[in-house]
Design a protein. Structure first.
Length: 174
């Protein structure tokens, strides 16, 4: 999976891949590499205290690749944002019973069938940039220390690719 992520990043930086192809390929590599139900890529916008996380791509085992449409606003889900940004990783083996995720149950987890998640925030140029989201649908899953480490490594590779893009590159373009 790390090789696939490096190749995707090189393709984006070298302008051999569109941003849409990069995001779709990345999400598919994550979904397959973690053998999970679905994986998505989210982008931070706004300023601290008023951040928005917008899903910019998703790949699911059941539906394949699709553009993301969900948005999460920091003021609505402040505990989740705070914990994710403080720790860099947020893992939950059962999102429906996790007190820090209570606000996300009805608007996100239930409609999407999500039961477990492994989210990793990443930065670009010292600023919160995005989140890799690994999800298990319809069943609980305990994330291993090796999966935590792999998710952090992949996030670091993505950060390096983003840092190599021109300053005017619009990462969340459609």
């Amino acid at each position: 999976m790390r090789t696939a992520v490096r190749q995707l990043g090189a393709g984006l930086v070298g302008k051999d891949l569109s941003i849409q192809t990069f995001r779709a390929g990345l999400c598919e590599a994550l979904q397959r590499g973690f053998s999970c139900s679905q994986a998505s890529l989210w982008r931070f916008t706004g300023e601290p205290g008023n951040l928005v996380l917008r899903c910019v791509g998703m790949h699911s085992e059941a539906r394949g690749s699709e553009e993301g449409r969900a948005e999460l606003r920091e003021h609505e889900f402040d505990v989740y944002f705070s914990e994710l940004l403080k720790r860099g990783v947020y893992a939950s083996s059962d999102v429906l019973s996790d007190p820090n995720l209570r606000g996300l149950v009805e608007p996100y987890f239930v409609p999407h069938g999500v039961r477990s998640l492994l989210d990793v925030a990443f930065q670009a140029n010292g600023k919160a940039f995005g989140v890799l989201c690994i999800e298990q649908v319809n069943e609980c899953r305990r994330w291993t220390p090796a999966e935590h480490a792999l998710a952090r490594q992949v996030a670091a590779l993505i950060s390096l690719s983003i840092a190599r893009l021109p300053p005017d590159f619009e990462f969340h373009q459609r």
